[in-house]
Design a protein around this ligand. Structure first.
Ligand code: PHE
Length: 388
């Protein structure tokens, strides 16, 4: 009796050690020591721009993804979770490479990612072709979930740009009393092209006039010719639908040219590396405000700040929500089969996410409100919420 008990104990210890050993190394991580023996494994990938021109986006997303996983203790239902984290550098071809790798080599059932629309649109095709669930926390271009047809393995945790562009245009017209606007956009970036188009449509439909619509490319750093021209036209609003680095650069050059227009933009401004001095007085649409008094938000802001020493931005918040959605769908499905997870995801109703209640429409898009924030005195100040 006594001997066999010892044998059992030693076997158990050796078995646990082999599990721990099996988890070490590389970017693959699981809950390791806490993992109960015998549980079946589910593999989940994360794709985000951890380096490159929008790396603060990727950092926030990775922080929040890991936080959601840690809170779940790397377990969901009867499964133990193994995660695989990949950097797409905000380069579309790289996003496709890592998506293929996650699916064919790492055999993930679901992927959270990617962050920008230009990276996420191509990987939505990859996920759909392989039949693997993809949930982007943040990519707002409509083409992510539906192009020629609905990509039914693909979902998102954020609103989409037709809404975001409309909210910005209505705010400019109704709250800022703007009559005229000029727009600069990156002609190679799906997000900025889309947001520009939707803003323009709504601004004109509401009686506003677009005085100038100027394209640039990702590598442009000198906007003086275009801005000299815009300065002469004196628009009320300068709409800048790009990411934080580029809008900070354009904003600076615009002020140097004497442009006094109110700066207006979208979620792409959301970064601690935005040039707050240059963009002061400007307004952006965003997915949430840390000042929102809902208890989900207060609790989230507290725990994220305690762990990472920084107020969570919209990217972290949406990544936390997207990860929780994936976990809920896996739990509801009780399966590692992506088709079952997809079906469970589509059925989610009124999920109380930090960024608001989530139910998907027929295109995998949640219907959610937008926050308007003002850049003021080095911070983003909450202005208002706009419901769909
Ligand atoms: N919506 C942006 C895109 O589609 C990504 C983004 C979301 C950036 C939220 C900042 C905050 O490319």
């Amino acid at each position: 009796m006594r001997v066999s008990k010892w044998v059992a104990l030693i076997t158990l210890i050796l078995f646990s050690m082999s599990i721990i050993a099996g988890c070490g190394g590389g970017k693959d991580t699981t809950g390791g020591a806490e993992t109960p023996a015998g549980g079946e494994e589910i593999r989940i990938g994360l794709i985000a721009p951890l380096t490159g021109d929008v790396k603060t986006f990727g950092e926030s997303v990775k922080n929040a993804f890991e936080m959601a996983m840690e809170e779940a203790d790397y377990k969901v239902g009867d499964f133990t979770i193994k995660v695989f984290v990949e950097d797409d550098r905000n380069v579309a071809t790289e996003a496709v490479n890592v998506a293929e790798k996650l699916i064919t080599q790492n055999k993930v059932s679901a992927i959270v990612g990617s962050v920008t629309s230009s990276s996420t649109i191509p990987i939505s095709e990859v996920a759909q072709a392989h039949g693997v669930v993809l949930v982007t926390p943040t990519a707002t271009n409509p083409k992510v979930t539906v192009d020629a047809a609905r990509k039914d393995y693909v979902f998102r945790a954020c609103f989409i740009d037709p809404f975001q562009g409309t909210v910005a245009a209505r705010f400019a017209l109704d709250e800022l009393g703007a009559k005229t606007a000029a727009v600069l956009f990156d002609q190679g970036n799906d997000y900025t092209i889309g947001l520009k188009d939707y803003f323009k449509q709504s601004f004109e439909a509401g009686g506003g006039t677009i005085l100038a619509e100027e394209a640039y490319t990702k590598n442009d750093t000198d906007f003086s010719a275009v801005l000299t021209n815009i300065a002469k036209q004196k628009p009320d609003v300068l709409f800048l639908p790009d990411y934080y680095q580029k809008v900070s650069l354009i904003g600076k050059q615009a002020r140097d040219k004497g442009i006094t227009a109110t700066f207006l933009g979208g979620d792409g401004w959301d970064s601690p590396e935005l040039d707050f001095a240059v963009m002061d007085g400007g307004y952006q649409t965003n997915h949430y405000s840390p000042d929102d008094p809902r208890p989900e938000v207060t609790e989230w802001v507290e725990k994220y700040t305690a762990k990472y020493g920084q107020t969570p931005d919209a990217l972290g918040t949406l990544a936390y929500d997207a990860t929780k959605l994936v976990l809920k769908a896996i739990e509801d499905a009780g399966s590692t089969d992506p088709a079952a997870i997809r079906d469970a995801m589509a059925k989610i109703q009124g999920f109380q996410a930090v960024s608001g209640s989530i139910s998907f429409d027929e295109n995998g898009n949640p219907i959610k409100s937008a926050a308007i924030l003002q850049i003021k005195d080095g911070a983003q100040k909450f202005v208002t919420v706009v419901n769909p």
